[in-house]
Design a protein. Sequence first.
Length: 161
Amino acid sequence: MQNEVTGGDPVRRRLDALVERLRRDLDGVAEINERDDGWFFDVVVRPRYAGPLGFSWLCRGDSADIVLGVDAGGVRWELGPSAEELDLMEAIIDAVLSGDATAVFASGRCEVTVTLGDGSKEVQSNHDLPSGCLPLPGWSRWGRHVDYEPYSRPRMRRTDG
């Protein structure tokens, strides 16, 4: 059933369905906040414990562009409203949820790699360097590497030995 916000917009209907799936699958594991002010629709997913990679997306009210960001150095994917781009967005999110995400951090630089369900890799980087400055050579080799964990309920540890 269409609500007055979603209307006949197929992109928004698909994003709403994704939010509902995330709410169902991540119940008790992550906090999900969504906001819709008519101009922008944004969703923020934050794990309730350390290890998994948080993420969010922002969509203009006319569903023209979607920005999918991860909580690693401001890295983001700028996606269009096509079915293929929405498929990619969901594949990236599923990889993050499965813990198939890594990041490399160095001064003014971050690169995130997610391994999709088909084995292919999506790599995106971000930099925060002063204008005219280049990153130090080899930063992706000597930078701090982080392997993110899957979203799942933390295991209870036995303390009885």
